[in-house]
Design a protein around this ligand. Structure first.
Ligand SMILES: NC(=O)C1=CN([C@@H]2O[C@H](COP(=O)(O)OP(=O)(O)OC[C@H]3O[C@@H](n4cnc5c(N)ncnc54)[C@H](OP(=O)(O)O)[C@@H]3O)[C@@H](O)[C@H]2O)C=CC1
Ligand SMILES: O=C([O-])CC(=O)C(=O)O
Length: 266
């Protein structure tokens, strides 16, 4: 049995905690941390085996630490886990991409940092293609306006999405600029950039679309070995419209992949 701890109990973290409590072969949830300790206690109170509610630094007691908190809380969860040489599953890929010195720290401590595919599709193909020449990687994301509300880039540039009548291209730039401007929205772009040709060369286009009922991500890759495009239309989570329901499922698949005898896909 590998021990697991979760930092953040929102749309992703609570789903994962519930799934682990129902039983995921080979893994046992021992601790959780969140911003509001009382809320966290109440959330896990009815569990079959309630995990301890601990401060974020104590999550590193577990062999596997799942980070599922806002980007601003990423380092507080990641650093102790990395220092203790743990396996860190990081949902806030954009935050990681902006603090890549953590990867060097992990190398020194023997920790591993794993970014699940999350709400995206096709990172296996992107990683494989990146062993050869890749000419371009583009991601186009389309979300209902409520899934983008409050992003720092929109506020800084005075872009209002209220009463939007048709789809609007709200951002075009590289993955680093996107992660800075939309920390709660473009973790998929960050994961794509880290899987492929890096944040400077990965192009991001972000649309607010009042007709969209799903979070739609299309990637287009031009590489020497292959040209491919893939689209995923994720159902927004009922708890947080910015986050797709695929994300906790992807983290579960990633977790199982750490130990399963037969593992399909890279
Ligand atoms: N890789 C991917 O494909 C995707 C990644 N994400 C990213 O994953 C992360 C989690 O997303 P999601 O579950 O939707 O987010 P939510 O906003 O639904 O939940 C975040 C949770 O973190 C808690 N929290 C807030 N501050 C802290 C803190 N300082 N320390 C510990 N916990 C804290 C919140 O507590 P409280 O409720 O008390 O505030 C809440 O329980 C985000 O960074 C998001 O952008 C999201 C979607 C897809
Ligand atoms: O869930 C999604 O569609 C993607 C998302 O929010 C992110 O990348 O942060």
């Amino acid at each position: 049995m590998k021990t697991v701890a979760i930092g953040g109990l929102g749309a992703i973290g609570l789903e994962l905690a519930r799934a682990l409590d129902r039983g995921v072969e080979g893994f046992r949830l021992i601790a959780v941390a969140s911003r509001d300790t009382e809320k966290a206690r109440a959330a896990v109170a009815g569990f079959r085996a309630p995990p301890r509610v601990v401060p974020v630094e104590a999550l590193a007691e577990a062999e596997i630490v799942i980070e599922a908190a806002p980007a601003a809380a990423f380092a507080a969860i990641a650093r102790p886990a990395i220092a203790a040489g743990r396996v860190l599953l990081a949902c806030s890929g954009g935050a990681l991409m902006r603090q890549m010195e953590l990867v060097e720290e992990a190398e020194a401590s023997g920790a591993r940092i794993i970014v699940p595919t999350g709400a995206l599709v096709g990172l296996d193909a992107v990683r494989a293609a990146a062993y050869g020449r890749v000419d371009s990687v583009v991601i186009e994301t389309r979300k209902p306006p409520r899934g983008l509300a409050g992003a720092p880039y929109l506020e800084r540039n005075g872009i209002s999405l209220d009463g939007l009548a048709e789809a609007k291209l709200v951002f075009q730039g590289n993955a680093l600029e996107a992660a800075e401007g939309f920390p709660a929205n473009v973790n998929v772009a960050a994961a794509l950039a880290m899987a492929g040709i890096g944040p400077q060369r990965t192009e991001v286009r972000l649309w607010a679309d009042p007709a969209a009922e799903r979070n739609i991500h299309t990637i287009r890759v031009e590489a020497e070995a292959a040209r491919f495009s893939m689209t995923i239309e994720g159902m927004p989570s009922p708890d947080n419209p910015r986050t797709g329901r695929m994300t906790p499922l992807s983290v579960l698949a990633c977790l199982r992949g750490l130990t399963e005898t037969l593992k399909i896909g890279s």
